[in-house]
Design a protein around this ligand. Structure first.
Ligand SMILES: [Zn+2]
Ligand SMILES: [Zn+2]
Length: 352
């Protein structure tokens, strides 16, 4: 682009047009192009229907850019009154053709990665392994090579997204959605490709295998390179596999650790015993230490998802007792009381 203005010599007009684009006299040609694109995008009539103020601003911006880039044709084209029976749309599009040099429809750059979810059981997540996934991915149309345009058709930069293919999302801040005018292609054409119905792509189902490491965490993302949508001939985006974990009534999560609860008989808790607990590696026999209290926790190192497993032990209190058992527990209770008073006596002696 040829710049009429320089730092040493600058006309009043150049300075005025620079300020229209919100730029100072130090602006480079890249700054000018960027500012123009941004403002033209913001005030374009397509995006501001029935807004005369925006239309005026749009014209000012085009005039400023046309002057500063030495391309007054665009400005003249804009000033031409629309003739009802003429190809006014094409005329208006010609402005952008001049500004953006769109001689050939570009292959839309759908770099968006392909995202899928994969649910694993907790055992699978613990062990790691391999699983089949099914992808609905895009292949470029072989007739138009992804352009969606019939050979020889005229193409124009989309005036809604200014060739970006995407516009700001209506729902979420800082996110974008596919441009509704050009369907994400960034341009519109006078005749679409018949083979792909002007979409440029075909959706093709494929099956792949994905391997995941042991100790997978919820929402962990696996990246499979170059297996996603074809965005340029022979080039594919990555596939992001978001791992989720199936709910399992036996376990709860605490970060990388997992927790399970078991109930044990009073005698087993008092005397110590071997008990079988569920674990991600299958049922596991553990030693219950004698004298374990209800609510105490046994730790199984390395048996969580990258962490440990905690087994909370609840001691069952028997509801029905035989005479023999009653006597035994009464004796146990008497012993405990005696021990407590002995202990208290010792403490008192020590304090006073
Ligand atoms: Zn568009
Ligand atoms: Zn096609």
């Amino acid at each position: 682009m040829l710049l009429r203005s320089t730092k040493s010599f600058m006309s009043d007009a150049a300075e005025k047009y620079l300020s229209t684009l919100g730029l100072s006299r130090e602006a480079t040609s890249t700054d000018i192009k960027r500012a123009f694109k941004e403002l033209a995008f913001q005030f374009h009539p397509d995006r501001n229907p029935h807004n005369t103020r925006a239309e005026e601003r749009f014209k000012e911006v085009v005039a400023a850019y046309s002057y500063l880039s030495g391309n007054m044709e665009a400005y003249q084209a804009l000033k031409q009154p629309a003739k009802p029976n003429s190809e006014t749309v094409e005329q208006a599009q010609d402005i952008y053709k001049l500004l953006f040099d769109l001689d050939m429809a570009p292959v839309p750059t759908r770099h968006r990665s392909l995202q899928i979810e994969l649910e694993l059981s907790l055992e699978e997540a613990f062990r790691g392994g391999e699983k089949k996934i099914y992808l609905e991915r895009h292949d470029l149309c072989s007739q138009c090579m992804g352009r969606g345009v019939d050979a020889g058709a005229k193409t124009f930069t989309c005036t809604y997204c200014f060739g970006e293919g995407e516009v700001d999302s209506l729902s979420a801040e800082n996110s974008t959605r596919e441009c509704p005018k050009c369907n994400g292609r960034g341009f519109i054409s006078s005749k679409g490709c018949v083979a792909c119905r002007a979409k440029g792509i075909k959706t093709v189902p494929v099956e792949r295998k994905v391997s995941f490491p042991p100790g997978v965490k919820p929402n962990q993302i696996l990246n499979i390179p170059h297996e996603g949508h074809e965005f340029a001939p022979g080039q594919r985006s990555d596939v992001h596999v978001i791992l989720s974990l199936k709910k399992d009534a036996r376990f709860t999560f605490d970060g990388k650790d997992i927790i399970c609860e078991i109930s044990v008989e009073l005698a087993d808790a008092a005397l110590g015993s071997k008990v079988t607990v569920p674990s991600l590696a299958g049922p596991k026999e553990i030693n219950l230490p004698h004298g374990i209290q209800s609510g105490e926790v046994i730790r199984l190192k390395g048996q969580g998802l990258g962490g440990d497993q905690f087994v909370r032990v609840w001691v069952k209190t028997p509801q029905v007792l035989s005479e023999k058992e009653k006597k035994f527990i009464q004796g146990f209770s008497g012993n405990a009381k005696k021990q407590r008073s002995l202990w208290w006596a010792r403490i008192k002696k020590w304090i006073w």
